[in-house]
Design a protein around this ligand. Structure first.
Ligand SMILES: NC(=O)c1ccc[n+]([C@@H]2O[C@H](COP(=O)([O-])OP(=O)(O)OC[C@H]3O[C@@H](n4cnc5c(N)ncnc54)[C@H](OP(=O)(O)O)[C@@H]3O)[C@@H](O)[C@H]2O)c1
Length: 285
């Protein structure tokens, strides 16, 4: 696993592991063990969020690991309820405290909803103070991202968006790249939707390389320079998902995966008024 620690360089020169570990839907009482296992497997980037309710458990696992802080890349996100300049600052401090850290590697606006412009102003200050090495956004559609870039000083380093074999975001990746924004995939396996793990095209490509569907998906993302943060609570799958640096998907196979793109979300539409109302009403504490 020669390149297990391969990194990409963000628009401010900060380096970020191209393959990390996500902890969405990992309960607080399970997250400490899960992150401990992930760090033992070799992951160095952990992606959490205030809304996941497991920052404290993630923090305990980090502290317990004894891994030097500078070898880790820790991301968390601010929830919609906490947008606004003063609130964002307070919530950042709370996240840091829950994680037991004195700086974050990446702080993200979780959703393009609420008063996120004011949050961005607070985050620019947080970045200026060196408390977050990089700041970015998540779930921003192209118009929202370009608008934020146009009216602010700092260009988000990252946009974490749904990206998987059924929703490629290739055009959007190109646009982000023109603005210096790194694409990061959430839901690289689409959480198993659309029978991803038994998809015949992905399975056949896997067989050709002696790899699983999960490994094919992650390799495909890495070859597209997309940061990926797969989640698993099982140590054997954590190891499997890291073991993707010893094979190459061919151009022909990339094209075959290209044909799986539906161009649409399998989860939700951020422009659906009912979804915007639901997300905006969700309270995380
Ligand atoms: N910014 C956002 O709005 C947002 C939204 C969603 C997710 N995220 C981030 O992205 C991360 C990843 O996305 P996700 O957790 O939604 O879904 P995902 O990584 O696409 O899929 C996770 C699912 O795949 C299973 N799995 C993992 N490895 C496998 C393997 N090798 N073989 C078979 N099954 C496997 C897991 O089961 P087991 O756990 O049982 O192994 C789990 O059910 C999250 O944890 C979170 O950090 C962000």
């Amino acid at each position: 696993m020669a390149d297990q620690n391969r990194t990409i360089t963000l628009n401010n020169g900060v380096t970020m592991p191209i393959l990390g570990f996500g902890v969405f839907q990992v309960a607080d009482d399970q997250a400490e063990q899960v992150v401990t296992d992930a760090l033992a497997a070799g992951y160095r980037a952990i992606d959490t969020a205030a809304s996941y309710g497991n920052e404290e458990a993630v923090g305990r696992a980090i502290a317990k690991s004894g891994i030097p802080r500078e070898e880790l890349f820790i991301t968390t996100k601010m929830w919609i309820q906490h947008t606004g300049e003063d609130t964002a600052r307070r919530e950042f401090d709370k996240s840091l405290q829950r994680l037991g850290l004195d700086y974050l590697d990446l702080y993200l606006i979780h959703q393009p909803l609420g008063d996120y412009y004011s949050s961005w102003h607070a985050m620019q200050k947080i970045y200026g103070e060196g408390l977050a090495k990089a700041i970015g956004v998540s779930n921003f559609y192209p118009d929202r991202l370009v608008d934020l870039i146009t009216h602010n000083d700092i260009v988000p380093a990252v946009n974490q968006i749904e990206t998987h074999p059924f929703f490629h975001r290739a055009d959007y990746q190109q646009l982000m790249s023109e603005h210096g924004v790194q694409i990061e995939s959430w839901g690289p396996f689409a959480e198993g939707k659309n029978d991803l793990f038994t998809n015949p095209v992905l399975a056949e490509i896997g067989r050709a390389h002696g790899k699983s569907v999960a490994q094919v998906v992650l390799r495909w993302l890495l070859q597209r320079d997309v940061v990926a943060i797969p989640k698993s609570v099982r140590p054997e799958r954590m190891a499997e998902n890291l073991d993707v640096f010893d094979f190459e998907i061919t151009e022909d196979e990339m094209i075959r995966i290209g044909a799986l793109d539906t161009g649409a979300s399998l989860f939700f539409d951020h422009r659906d008024p009912a979804m915007v109302t639901w997300l905006g009403g969700r309270r995380v504490d």
